[in-house]
Design a protein around this ligand. Structure first.
Ligand code: NAD
Length: 473
């Protein structure tokens, strides 16, 4: 008999499985259809494995400079096989955890490829979902009252730059490398490019970044991007901006050579391997959306504030709808979508309150408008900036480069954006996120006491600096 569900979720990544848990809490009968492994990009090809490698790189770098801390270490060496084994073990532990959560929530997981077959005869309800299996097993049919498309995204490439998985890699391929190359060309200086550049350089790989625009991390505040560039150059990373990569890639037995136009001059770049990190594209192919009224915008599924597509019983969340392609955004969108299905009247998501983090060394993190976007929106702004150089705990850590920048509205005093670069800022941005959610002013931040000695003192000082009354600088 064809099984019926209140909700069928296509894709068991962070967006999909979190939505499934919330739906189960709300009493829905839920199924997830997942073609790969529960946990999706974040757990298997993104956040968790890349942060695990970054942590190994950090430990390696810190061990190499341990003598500065009075810790003598001889013969420090890197065992990259162990680095990869540690990564795999962490992913496996978390994967088991997600499977356990599905069991706890009595969520049925179908390990196959889900496709929406068409509009339901009970329109406006969605039609049957067919689940296809790689091993050729007969398709399963299930009937949903609601569908949530959470199929995510995949790395994209450039015309003429074919990803072969070996010489020319996407971040998916790079995560699987069993040994490190001597040199790496990175095309694209966005979040992925910068995290990989920092990690590989800390592991001892010679890195060159080719960025198309005149700023790496183009969506970040210009001052943060500039400081990141300065810090990466200190690690001996070559950064080439305004670089237009030409479709003239040459693979040899030992590496790769590409040609780029920089300020109208043509230059060749060589390395053992190349990583292409120029953004991601939505996974919509074969999901059956062509059998529905769903519309796309630039390849991404179009939704309203509650993540309903043009078909009101089919929702979509996460990378497949574009915007901020972040795991925490996908899961939050999933919760809103499911609560909306259950008539819970959820609060709509204000993307200006969503923190984003870059886990390079140095780390960077931000929430809200940057200086350029705030001015473009017509705000009259005031800025407070404070450096880690005057923060005792940063000196104790041996990492005192970087700063916090708070941008506030001169008229209302509300905080518009907070931008950080330096030690552990990805763990400190949540304070700024809460301040944004509560429409706080910089003064209100100063009224929350920042314990001494902590790195978080830099936020209190930056808030005071908005009025020019910082204490230690
Ligand atoms: P991105 O959009 O962050 O950066 C792509 C970069 O490539 C941009 O700087 C762009 O100007 C550049 N570029 C585009 N075309 C180019 C060309 N022809 N030559 C040279 N440079 C070119 O994309 P990404 O870094 O691939 O990351 C994909 C998504 O994954 C992003 O949305 C990102 O936020 C997300 N992600 C987030 C994290 C995190 O939260 N820490 C980590 C990894 C990825």
């Amino acid at each position: 008999m064809t099984k019926e569900y209140d909700l069928v979720i296509l894709g068991g990544g962070t967006g999909g499985y979190v939505a499934a848990i919330r739906a189960s809490q709300l009493g829905m009968q839920v199924a997830i259809v997942e073609k790969g492994r529960l946990g999706g990009t974040c757990l298997h090809r993104g956040c968790i494995p890349s942060k695990t490698l970054l942590r190994s790189a950090e430990v390696f770098r810190q061990t190499l400079k341990a003598a500065e801390f009075g810790v003598e270490t001889d013969n420090v060496s890197l065992n990259f096989t162990k680095v990869q084994e540690r990564k795999a073990a962490i992913v496996e532990t978390l994967y088991k955890g997600v499977k356990g959560l599905m069991k706890k929530g009595k969520i049925d997981v179908y390990e196959g490829f889900g496709r929406i077959l068409g509009p339901s005869i009970f329109s406006p309800m969605p039609g049957t979902i067919s689940i296809e299996y790689e091993n050729g097993e007969e398709n399963t049919m299930i009937v949903p009252k609601n569908v949530l498309i959470a199929t995510g995204s995949r790395p994209k490439s450039l015309p003429g730059l074919e990803i072969d998985g070996q010489f020319v890699m996407s971040s998916d391929d790079a995560l699987q490398m069993d040994e490190l190359p001597g040199s790496m060309l990175i095309v694209g200086g966005g979040v992925i490019g910068i995290e990989w550049a920092s990690m590989l350089s800390d592991f001892g790989v010679k890195v060159t970044i080719l960025e198309y625009l005149d700023q790496i991390l183009p969506t970040e505040d210009a001052e943060i991007a500039k400081e990141m560039e300065k810090q990466l150059k200190k690690k001996d990373i070559t950064i080439v901006k305004n670089a237009k990569v030409l479709p003239e890639t040459l693979t040899t037995d030992t590496g790769i050579s590409i040609r780029a136009e920089i300020n109208e001059e043509t230059k060749d770049f060589n390395a053992e391997r190349m990583l292409v990190s120029v953004g991601r594209e939505a996974n919509t192919a074969n999901t059956g959306i062509e059998n529905t009224e769903i519309t796309l915008n630039n390849g991404y599924i179009k939704t309203n504030d509650y993540f309903q597509t043009k078909e009101s019983h089919i929702y979509a969340i996460g990378d497949v709808i574009g915007g901020m392609q972040l795991a925490h955004v996908a899961s939050h969108e999933g919760i809103i979508a499911v609560e909306h299905m259950a008539n819970q009247n959820p609060q709509i998501l204000n993307y200006e309150n969503v923190p984003s983090c870059i886990y390079a060394s140095p780390e960077a993190a931000s929430v809200g408008l940057n200086e350029k976007t705030a001015k473009e929106k017509g705000y009259t702004i005031k800025i407070g900036k404070f450096s880690f150089k005057a923060i005792g705990k940063a000196l104790v850590f041996g990492e005192s480069d970087g700063f916090v920048k708070i941008i506030a509205d001169k008229d209302s005093n509300d905080i518009l954006g907070v931008h950080m670069i330096g030690p552990h800022v990805t763990d400190m941005i949540s304070e700024a996120g809460l301040a944004k959610v509560l429409d706080a002013t910089p003064w209100e931040i100063t009224q929350s006491i920042h314990p001494h000695p902590t790195l978080s003192e830099v936020i209190g000082e930056a808030a005071l600096a908005v009025e020019g009354i910082q204490i230690h600088g």
